[in-house]
Design a protein around this ligand. Structure first.
Ligand SMILES: *Cc1c(COP(=O)(O)O)cnc(C)c1O
Length: 359
């Protein structure tokens, strides 16, 4: 006799659900690279204007992301080249899924480095694709000989490179990523979720290298709740991607909020600069503790190898601070934790616990 579960794909039944931490009241949340600041905090006039805008948003009508003006607002705020085309996603998570769908022919390959963002592999599996994970070096840099050989051998339809990488924070060498784009015959997605915090970007090249797609999001710069990501690149890819973007994939409230916020992009830049300063302060504080190894970060988090990752995770939790324990996620992440850079007060609270434990 067939049961209901016989109809559900076995590879999905074998998966475990992505767990989002449900946080008790009063916790400091430093596990998911969210901004510690509401974008309109401390600006009552802006907050008032924004609330009026939301009140007037046409929520009785379907949204039209393509004609909403958000693309132009993003282009202007983030200097996306005129020759680049843009696709909007409900978070870049949706774009990762759509890009995967775009190339999901039987036996086609997706290639990513490891450890990196887990959704690349997850989506490859979801669409029944062949997945190749190329390990990084121990210092989380690219292992170029192995990577280039894997690209030549597997001829991937899609390569994902997070630049800077998550969960390591390290930004790869630009020339090496260029060599990957050169070597790959398929699409190379440079995922710049943390681009705002980085010294370098491939966004200026979007639209002028045929197989390059630069993907970004507003999630890590203060708008994780809006769910807005964008991919920019040449028409050869973006026009095809546009065909499979669900027509109403973003909502009126998010579109209105993002457009409004981007008119005040200087506020976003100020917060980003402040968090970058805090990152440097945290890095210095952590590096001063001999028993820890903090990895250099170009993102809004720092990955640290500690004597006992579970012990640190638990001790921080007792102190109402949530971080991400990376131990067990990948062999290269042995005894590592990932700490989002928060407000100065939040970071001080973290340092205080860590110093008491390991200082
Ligand atoms: C957070 C993150 C994303 C997802 O961003 P959303 O736009 O919130 O979906 C994509 N890529 C990397 C590397 C990330 O760390």
């Amino acid at each position: 006799m067939t049961t209901l579960s016989d109809f559900i794909r076995p590879e999905i039944q074998a998966m475990t659900a992505y767990r989002v931490a449900d946080l008790p009241e009063g916790f400091i949340k430093l596990d998911a690279m969210e901004s510690p600041y509401h974008p309109f905090a401390g600006a009552p006039e802006l907050a008032g204007e924004w609330q009026r805008l939301l009140a007037e948003a046409p929520i009785h009508l379907y949204p039209n992301p393509a004609t909403s003006g958000l693309q132009d607002a993003l282009r202007q705020a983030f200097h996306i080249p005129q020759e680049a085309k843009i696709a909007l996603g409900n978070g870049s998570d949706e774009l990762i899924q759509l890009l995967t769908m775009l190339v999901a022919k039987p036996k086609a390959t997706i290639l990513a480095v490891e450890p990196s963002f887990v959704m690349y592999k997850h989506n490859a599996r979801l669409f029944g694709m062949h997945y190749v994970g190329v390990p990084l070096n121990e210092d989380f840099t690219l292992n170029m000989p192995v990577l280039l050989e894997a690209i030549e051998w597997h001829n991937p339809a899609l390569v994902f490179i997070a630049y800077p990488n998550n969960p390591t924070g390290v930004c790869f060498k630009r020339e090496e990523v260029e060599a990957v784009i050169d070597a790959a015959k398929g699409i190379v997605v440079v995922d710049e979720a943390y681009g705002a915090f980085s010294r370098d970007s491939f966004l200026p090249q979007a639209g002028s290298i045929e197989n390059l797609v630069v993907m970004r999001t507003v999630s890590k710069i203060g708008f994780a709740g809006l769910r807005i990501g964008y991919a920019s690149g040449c028409a050869a890819v973006i026009d095809e991607l546009a065909k499979i973007v669900p027509p109403y994939n973003m909502n009126q409230l998010s579109l209105a909020t993002a457009k409004f916020a981007l008119q005040h992009a200087e506020r976003i830049e100020k917060t980003t600069a402040k968090l970058k300063d805090e990152r440097e302060r945290m890095f210095a504080g952590l590096s001063a503790i001999g028993r820890l190894k903090a990895f250099p970060s170009d993102a809004n988090f720092i990955t640290v190898r500690v004597p006992d990752a579970q012990e640190l995770f638990d001790t921080l939790k007792e102190n109402k601070i949530l971080i991400k324990n990376l131990h067990g996620v990948h062999p290269l992440l042995d005894q590592c934790v990932r700490i989002t850079v928060g407000s100065p007060e939040e970071n001080d609270a973290v340092l205080k616990v860590i110093r008491a434990l390991y200082g």
